[in-house]
Ligand binder design. Structure first.
Ligand SMILES: [Zn+2]
Length: 270
């Protein structure tokens, strides 16, 4: 997982202004009519698919959760961070979306959303449609959205709002040929442990195929490290090795979050 940022000037029209108000009004009308916004209601509704190209660009074509290139080996989804089955009023909120691979989204995260204490409450169905959630196109949206959900302490990490490096560290097992996600060492051990456990469980970050794929990348970066640190290797080649290590930590590269972690551990400037 890597930190992601959102270009507020590029929010698709389907999630702004009149179109957003129209979609939000449909939710409020359904609530007012006593319709349950459950799986049956959402079946066949897929307005959020219009967000996919933009979300894919924002996360460099990789799953925002597992950092794997998505779309090539597995299908990808527009993922609702806060599930629409619980947080119905965020169903059309662009700030609630992420680009995720179908394995993370459907086999692991699904409709789970653990919180440390109580959940934020539903807005009343009399709320104006324009006020259901902060406008994602506003430059202040990230702060407003964070304030709107501040009463809740989620277990899961959202790379648009949280720095994954605060919760995740990585451990290579040279014998098993696996790289595992482990809890980062932070000032608040209990909070880090809760978030790490949520992430590991509901994003499946230590599933077999991932720990092995990460090791394949780790092995390459570890070979470059040997070159970089070998005094018998000519300086130009050692510098080239360092350059290659940095290139593997670029945000568009698979498992860049893990690579960045090891480079920092090894004292390679990013
Ligand atoms: Zn994934």
């Amino acid at each position: 997982m890597i930190r992601l940022t959102r270009d507020r000037s590029k929010i698709p029209a389907a999630f702004r202004d009149q179109e957003l108000i129209r979609k939000n009004q449909s939710l409020l009308d359904a609530k007012a009519a006593g319709i349950a916004l459950n799986a049956a209601y959402w079946k066949g509704r897929d307005h959020w698919k219009k967000a996919k190209p933009r979300l894919k660009a924002e996360s460099f074509g990789k799953c925002a959760y597992c950092d794997s290139p998505a779309g090539a080996v597995t299908h990808s989804d527009v993922e609702h961070f806060r599930p629409k089955s619980i947080y119905w009023w965020l169903a059309y909120c662009f700030d609630n979306y992420l680009y995720a691979c179908q394995i993370c989204n459907q086999s692991y995260k699904s409709d789970w959303f653990p919180v440390a204490d109580s959940r934020i409450t539903d807005p009343p169905h009399t709320t104006p449609a324009a006020a259901l959630h902060p406008d994602p196109a506003s430059p202040a949206s990230a702060a407003l959205f964070a304030a709107a959900v501040a009463a809740e302490r989620p277990g899961l990490v959202n790379p648009y709002f949280d720095d994954p490096d605060h919760y995740l560290a990585w451990e290579a097992d040279e014998e098993l040929h696996e790289v595992h996600a482990v809890p980062a060492v932070g000032p608040d051990k209990a909070a880090t442990a809760f978030r790490f456990q949520s992430v590991e469980t509901y994003y499946g970050l230590n599933r077999e195929e991932l720990v092995r794929r990460r090791f394949e990348v780790y092995q390459i970066v570890a070979v470059f490290r040997q070159f970089r640190e070998d005094p018998a290797v000519p300086l130009a080649k050692r510098q080239l090795a360092e350059q290659q290590m940095r290139a593997m930590a670029a945000p568009e590269q698979a498992y860049a979050g893990m690579v960045r972690y090891f480079l920092t551990q090894w004292g390679v400037p990013l």
